[in-house]
Design a protein around this ligand. Sequence first.
Ligand SMILES: C[S@@+](CC[C@H](N)C(=O)[O-])C[C@H]1O[C@@H](n2cnc3c(N)ncnc32)[C@H](O)[C@@H]1O
Length: 251
Amino acid sequence: MKRSNSTTERLFRSAGISEGMKVLELGSGPGEISELLSDIVGPAGSVLAIDRSEDMISFASKSLEKSGRSNVRFLQADLNDAPKYLESIDLLSFDAVVGRRVLMYLPRPDRVLSSLLPWLREGGLVVFEEHDSTICPGFVTAMPAHERGVSLLEKMLAEEGVDTSMGFHLPATFSKAGLKFEAIWAEAVIDGQGDQYSLGELLELLKSRMESSNVAVASEIDELIAQIEIEREPTTVFVSGMRFCSKAIKR
Ligand SMILES: C[S@@+](CC[C@H](N)C(=O)[O-])C[C@H]1O[C@@H](n2cnc3c(N)ncnc32)[C@H](O)[C@@H]1O
């Protein structure tokens, strides 16, 4: 099952990402958002997608090549380094800098964004969707296994140094980067509804990451996944996180 990209698509389109644009994507990971951007900007536009993981870059480029999309180029680089990786590209080349769930991994996202501004044209867009769990989980009927699952994920992200309040921090981050903050909105992630992963599926996917950050051992996670499955009811609403969507503009 693939996680929904519909929030991201609505964000990009409503923020003004459109046909013919040249887009710089930060933290492209497996390339789901690169694929979406490729379709939005079309053959007249282009996407330069950056990620520090060699495995992710290789997976994403193979996947896009297979699907016949030729307007995306992938580049391996660490966003925390000065953008030497853009040295061969003309200044003011991009119409937009975008990303999903990436600023939360950066110790100083404001500095990363401001270092990229020379490559963004005047009036260019900065558009990000970030995870946030500041006011989560949310529920009216106790779901202890789900609550435990969310707390393990939170612990793992904390061990990894991730800012799980990145959504709330978006306006200040944009402003510190020297951008003009324009808009922010958010959606609740309701566990396992539509084409979203259920918490159990997410724990299964992230099991090795949780083991490496010493948050839990595999047998404990397996047991929890079984309890989560028992607790699931088609009519229960459990908010496991939020998606914060925000837009800024280069002055
Ligand atoms: C949660 S994934 C999101 C992937 C993709 N944006 C998506 O939403 O499907 C975060 C991605 O950011 C990348 N990343 C994290 N820190 C980075 C850094 N300092 N430089 C470049 N990429 C980074 C990771 O390698 C990972 O692929």
